[in-house]
Design a protein around this ligand. Sequence first.
Ligand SMILES: NC(=O)c1ccc[n+]([C@@H]2O[C@H](COP(=O)([O-])OP(=O)(O)OC[C@H]3O[C@@H](n4cnc5c(N)ncnc54)[C@H](O)[C@@H]3O)[C@@H](O)[C@H]2O)c1
Length: 255
Amino acid sequence: MLLSGKTALVLGIANRWSIAYAISAAYVREGAKLILTYQSERQKATVEDLSAELKAFKVLPCDVTKPEELDSLVSQLRIDAGRIDACVHSIAFANREDLSRPFLETSRDGFLLAQEVSAYSLVAVARAIAPLMPDGGSIQTLTYLGSTRVVTNYNVMGVAKASLEASMRYLASELGSKNIRVNAISAGPIKTASARAVKDLTKMLDAFAEHAPLRRNTDPAEVADTSVFLASDLGRGVTGNVIFVDAGFQIMGLA
Ligand SMILES: NC(=O)c1ccc[n+]([C@@H]2O[C@H](COP(=O)([O-])OP(=O)(O)OC[C@H]3O[C@@H](n4cnc5c(N)ncnc54)[C@H](O)[C@@H]3O)[C@@H](O)[C@H]2O)c1
């Protein structure tokens, strides 16, 4: 029960395969009081069903591109929970065509959209939630190796993840004096709705399992357990880091 007595806000469940779902399940297992958000009416019923299954305390709407929704989320959290100890940002989006055609063809709108939803939203979420962490807390985001290495077809999302990781470091630096830790978990590829938008995902998963030191793909449950560590007091000395949960893939050069 590593998270007993803690309240956690998890943004980014779309369905049962979402990394945020695995994280939520692990948080409940460890005794956290769980609050979930959904992006839009389209996902509301699914997230409410999953929330009932997880015995979450509350489900609230939040499209991170709408400042008014973030504002009402914070007002509601103040009333319902008063305090947040852990906040997981598990959100990204890019146009499907930007995850298949050459990076050189990326449109201005597609580039800005990926940056807004996948990187800037961490800044907006951190600014909104930090005041609800008066005694400190843990803010986490999900990233991928495509931020620092070229991964074919990851393209515009790789650039957004680079921006996300840099944002995480600046936030960690500024929020450290409030005892708020900010970290990113870099997960290996996992078959989720977002990942399916990347062209040739299956090829990527096969190559990954062949070359990763652990010779297998990444299990969302192991990403979730690392998130538990970061949210718990065990992670109290860790901030500003990108922690790889990727079966070791990122250490490999030529295999
Ligand atoms: N699946 C992978 O291979 C993998 C690997 C490394 C990192 N990640 C990252 O993990 C995170 C979660 O992705 P996932 O793989 O679980 O896929 P997913 O599709 O299940 O989750 C993505 C979530 O982002 C949400 N979202 C998109 N736009 C939003 C908006 N405007 N407002 C609020 N929410 C919005 C979606 O509703 C969805 O819940 C993403 O940041 C992704 O880049 C995924």
